[in-house]
Design a protein around this ligand. Structure first.
Ligand SMILES: [Zn+2]
Length: 423
């Protein structure tokens, strides 16, 4: 038996690692940042460019039904080789976050990380294990970082590279029993749009997995349940010189509403399974004030209670001034995927089994956010989330471990095998 480098979780992972890294370095150089201001799909042309590259590569691997549609979705099929095995999906998103520059990404590979501070060449960006404890167990790993002034785009091009390396490996090894694997790359996840347009019926899988998580071994079948809630206060605007007894200042009422919201119900004061009301924007004049919030929890009833706290606070403040009016506009954003996944326990079980076969003990992490799987699960395609090995997403400090990415690709290979046994 050939000796294995210690940092790899299996010989399979080691065998996949060079291909995963190659692909990641290729994909991150294409700027695919999504744009909230554009309503068409995809929101930016770079996502089509990356999609075209993926189409070429999927053909080269030998997959069938390779297609890219006008909205940016790329799909392909790796036919199974076991009679009666189900069709499963592997998904990653094409776009990167609008929160930090994704232009001219120049990835750097740091072989055999020594556990020290990594100083990147631009903008004084530093990766310091004292502040980023996830670096500490990565001594001996090969790390991929940015040059310091862009995001890396491992979110979610690590997931994409892992899926591509996994299906390439499976296609080259027909002796490995596998379910039929449908591959899907989706646009505009970061702006919450792509999954709404995904053609689940045409995709034809009975379940799917996003590779869009982070820490090695992590598995997610639970996300926030999410609403937005805007408080709109209408005052009475009068020229201040003639305002005596007439002006009703909406901006000042908004200030009192903000002061009245419970300080313990904020993102900065909550963690783990606690929900919050997050004020992210306030626009106010004397005549009109709008407080925009997002409200989050893991439980629909508690989510409704948080919205009720916001509503009651706003109404009580504004009730002190009978000439002012207040409206609270609540919109549902995405559900906790858990309630949908609970109806299909085999989907999560298969993922946990694949992670264990890679020699890892799965960790169950409820995501304080949403994934494409939140929307897809609610729309009828059960879709939990697997780790990718990337960290510090949406920032110039984003990094990924080659060894952990290889483990994620190996988990994807093993998942096709687990499902081949479930006829
Ligand atoms: Zn992502």
């Amino acid at each position: 038996m050939r000796g294995m480098t210690a940092a790899y979780t299996s010989e399979l992972a080691e065998a996949l690692s060079a291909d995963v890294l190659d692909r990641l370095l290729r994909y991150v150089r294409i700027d695919t940042q999504s744009d909230r201001a554009h309503a068409q799909s995809p929101s930016t042309p770079g996502q089509l460019e990356l999609g075209r590259l993926l189409v070429e590569e999927l053909h080269a691997i030998g997959l069938s039904d390779v297609a890219q549609d006008a909205a940016g979705f790329v799909t392909a099929t790796l036919p199974g080789n076991v009679d009666g095995a189900p069709v499963i999906g592997l998904l990653a998103h094409l776009d990167t976050s609008p929160d930090e520059s994704g232009t001219n990404v120049e990835p750097l590979v740091h072989p055999d990380y020594d556990g020290g501070v990594l100083a990147l060449p631009r903008r004084g960006t530093v990766l310091d294990p004292a502040r980023m404890p996830e670096l500490v167990p990565r001594i001996g790993h090969d790390l991929v970082t940015t040059s310091g002034d862009t995001l890396l785009g491992a979110d979610d091009k690590a997931g994409m590279a892992e899926i591509m390396a996994a299906v390439a490996h499976l296609a080259a090894h027909p002796e490995l029993p596998r379910a039929t694997v449908r591959v899907g790359f989706t646009p505009d996840e970061e702006i919450g749009e792509g999954a709404k347009l995904f053609d689940i019926e045409a995709f034809g899988a009975s379940c799917a997995y996003t590779l869009d998580g982070s820490e090695l071994g992590e598995f997610t079948d639970e996300t926030f349940t999410a609403s937005s809630a805007d408080v709109v206060i209408t005052g009475v605007d009068v020229h201040p010189g003639f305002a005596t007894g007439k002006l009703v200042n909406a901006a000042r009422l908004a200030g009192r509403v903000l002061a009245g919201l419970p300080a313990e119900l904020t993102p900065e004061a909550t963690s783990e399974r606690e929900g919050f009301v997050h004020v992210y924007s306030v626009e106010a004049t004397a005549g009109k004030a709008t407080i925009r919030t997002i409200v989050r929890d893991f439980d629909d009833e508690r989510l409704a209670q948080h919205v009720a706290v916001l509503r009651r606070t706003a109404e009580e403040v504004v009730a002190t001034e009978p000439r002012a009016r207040v409206e609270v506009e609540v919109a549902h954003q995405y559900p906790n995927m858990r309630s949908y996944l609970d109806r299909h326990p085999g989907v999560s079980d298969a993922a946990l089994e694949a992670i264990r076969r890679e020699g890892l003990e799965p960790t169950h992490v409820p995501i304080r956010g949403g994934t494409d799987g939140s929307i897809l699960s609610a729309r009828g395609l059960p879709t939990p989330n697997l780790f990718t090995g990337g960290h510090e997403y949406h920032s110039v400090r984003e990094w990924a471990s080659v060894q952990d990415m290889a483990s994620a690709a190996a988990v994807a290979v093993r998942l096709a095998g687990v499902w081949a046994e479930r006829r």
